[in-house]
Design a protein around this ligand. Sequence first.
Ligand code: SF4
Ligand code: MG
Length: 320
Amino acid sequence: RENLLEVKNLKTYYPVKGGFLRRTVGNVKAVDDISFDIKAGETLGLVGESGCGKSTTGRTIIRLLKATGGQVLFEGKDITKLRGKSLQSIRQDIQMVFQDPYASLNPMQMVGDIVSEPILNYKSVNKNDLKNEVMDLLNRVGLPEDAYYKYAHEFSGGQRQRIGIARALALRPKLIIADEPVSALDVSVQSQVLNLLKELQDEFDLTFLFIAHDLSVVKHMSDRIGVMYLGSMAEIADRSSIYSEPLHPYTKALISAIPMPDPRRKSKRIVLQGDVPSPLNPPSGCPFHPRCPEARPECSAVKPALKEVKPGHQVACHLY
Ligand code: SF4
Ligand code: MG
């Protein structure tokens, strides 16, 4: 399969203002030189604690944020600098499902209008076709028939996320960036929404960048998984390698924190010391070194590059 998306050395920095003149006094390196690919039809899970840059990565790809450096190749074309018409066409191919369906949908807007909006913005269709298409989408994501004429606030969190998914599908995108699409939902409805996304992936030939804050949610969704820490990519591998032979000490700690039903499991939980450092003042060398149980002297001096240590398994760590 071919790469649909190639992210190369992507950087997204935010200026930090200070003093009474609100001058820029520094940069938060929210995403600091990360690279990864996603093949057509694949799901790449992107995992890390809050503030690690995973949402910023998704928002930079979809152009809600401006890249500070690097490239985002979509079907081979760098989309970080597109403007006007060519940007419009990319906006149809890449859609986003947001974390909080309460915040991302206008509660006073009619569901039919919410889902029609992207189509009206990008295509010319007649009223009847549009209505039929939106009805089909609502039906396909499992909403009741009369949903079209109701308001977003009349629905539960899980149903609102279905509305958000219908809206994301409306333009028949190729890539969907799902930013923690179930973390605001009750545990009882999370798996229903995840299953829906999987079904839709097959039916609509979708490729997913699936963002999550822990490894348990992405387990059932991802073909490959990337683990981010403080703006950097720590490790990328296929799903089974990440769970059965994690290499990066941070990934090992995340794996050890997943509750396991098997009491015979041998590995102990690795409890990390300290908090994630501020991205405003990141550590020297390996960003993980202040918390790493395996850190050695060179770790605080030299930042390890992400390199392939086994076929398809990349890690950024001096141990390898
Ligand atoms: Fe730990 Fe050093 Fe590897 Fe960083 S480079 S993860 S500090 S061992
Ligand atoms: Mg986030």
